[in-house]
Design a protein around this ligand. Structure first.
Ligand SMILES: NC(=O)c1ccc[n+]([C@@H]2O[C@H](COP(=O)([O-])OP(=O)(O)OC[C@H]3O[C@@H](n4cnc5c(N)ncnc54)[C@H](O)[C@@H]3O)[C@@H](O)[C@H]2O)c1
Ligand SMILES: O=C(O)CC[C@@H](O)C(=O)O
Length: 395
């Protein structure tokens, strides 16, 4: 292991023990107060205002969304940001189903009505039977569900809705080949967000929060929805303009809003069902996500391999020798030439090498046949465009 007995991992949120125990105590110091961490494990903590120590070589998000992490700033430092694609998708799917049923059957209001009844009151049965009338709802079967964002969560929701007998209209301009294969053939392809809003009675959002998806649903397109329709937001606060939603609810342009991200704009509204960011809060999802990112982090820290980073290509190479150098660099011409020249001039023979790029970022693993002198690493670090260099000898 590179010059030390253990890696230090700073933990910013509660991370499942099932994941933490994948980082053995003899090699990993894990804690909430580590000043010079090699890596950070996080869930939803907002890292945008945080000063991320220069010692940090990787961030691991035990979940899907990485909008709480300053990914672009970390690109410039050559730091990968790992996440857990699909690790919590089933948990979110199940809560979306619960949200659709809560809205369709007025379960929140009905439950509040029952909770407010005085159990000692005379004529309880009659009161309940009379009182239930305003809560009559509609059935999901044969309704049309619009799914915006057909990634890990959206595909599972679409599949479950088909199994409930719903029609499904899906929109995702960047759907992956894997996601397209996993979708039931009955899912119809929508041409735009507007197409979905116009033609579905229930619309559920499963997109990441990006500049392009901020206020994806807003006053201009909420007008297209049917007056009794249901909007569900298990994506992020910010994907929906909540003030516009409240205005649409009040104007009778929207039936109800189910949202996993309560805020002052929507709290207390009678036709809002607000949940406290519960989508991924199941034991199974927390364990899955923690295990996935702990394994990915360990493979990166010890071997330089990259799986499921949102800002780097997938790069994995079996160890071909005891001496490995991992290099993150800008995706510009002649980087490999300069790196291999620095190694050759340092007397190193390259045993095996892999180089991949993704957008502006590139990543190279080089196994060499002998130990690497610090001067060679310094020379590689000095190449313009090199962002991070790690030496990973096996001990
Ligand atoms: N409520 C929760 O607890 C919870 C849990 C998990 C995920 N999430 C949120 O849900 C999001 C989606 O999760 P996932 O695991 O499905 O992610 P994912 O990356 O598998 O899927 C996201 C999909 O959105 C698509 N997309 C991007 N921009 C779009 C646009 N403008 N219109 C339509 N589709 C677009 C992408 O092509 C991708 O297929 C996460 O980024 C996160 O913000 C919330
Ligand atoms: O960690 C959580 O509880 C929420 C995670 C969820 O929002 C995600 O994006 O995966």
């Amino acid at each position: 292991m590179a010059d030390r007995a253990a890696f230090a991992v700073l933990v910013l949120n509660q991370i499942s023990k099932a994941g933490l125990e994948r980082l053995p105590a003899e090699r990993y110091a894990i804690g909430k107060d580590i000043a010079q961490p090699d890596a950070i494990l996080v869930r939803s903590a907002d890292m945008h205002a945080m000063e991320i120590p220069a010692s940090v070589q990787a961030i691991a998000r035990a979940g899907a969304g990485t909008n709480n992490i300053p990914v672009r700033a970390l690109d410039a430092r050559g730091v990968p940001v790992f996440n857990a694609p699909g690790g919590n998708a089933n948990a979110v799917k199940e809560l979306v189903l619960a949200g659709m049923l809560m809205a369709a059957r007025n379960l929140g209001a009905a439950q509040r009505f029952v909770a407010a009844i005085d159990a000692k009151q005379a004529g309880l049965d009659r009161l309940i039977e009379e009182g239930k009338k305003p809560f009559a709802g509609f059935e999901l079967c044969s309704r049309t569900l619009g799914v915006i964002g057909l990634g890990k969560v959206g595909c599972l929701v679409a599949d479950a809705a088909i199994k409930l007998g719903m029609q499904v209209l899906g929109f995702d301009p960047e759907i992956t080949v894997d996601a397209a294969w996993s979708l039931p053939s009955q899912v119809q392809r929508a041409a735009s967000v507007e197409d979905v809003l116009r033609n579905a009675q229930l619309v559920t959002l499963h997109v990441p929060l990006l500049a392009a998806t901020r206020h994806l649903v807003k006053a201009q397109n909420l007008r297209l929805m049917r007056p009794d329709s249901v909007l569900l937001n298990f994506s992020r606060e910010g994907v929906v303009d909540d003030a516009a939603v409240v205005a649409a609810l009040d104007a009778g342009q929207l039936g109800s809003y189910v949202c996993d991200f309560p805020n002052a704009a929507i709290l207390g509204h009678p036709r809002v069902i607000a949940l406290p960011h519960l989508g991924a809060s199941t034991r199974e999802a927390e364990d899955n996500c923690a295990r996935m990112v702990a394994d990915q982090l360990r493979d990166f820290l010890e071997h330089g391999n990259i799986r499921n980073a949102v800002n780097f290509p997938e790069v994995s190479m079996a160890r071909g020798s005891n001496w490995r150098v991992a290099i993150a660099n800008a995706n510009v011409p002649n980087m490999l030439g300069q790196i291999s020249t620095a190694m050759a001039e340092g007397g190193l023979n390259i045993h095996n090498m892999v180089n991949k790029s993704r957008g502006d970022m590139a990543y190279t693993l080089v196994d060499v046949d002998s130990a690497v002198d610090a001067s060679v690493l310094e020379r590689i670090r000095a190449i313009e465009g090199v962002l991070a260099v790690r030496y990973l000898p096996l001990t």
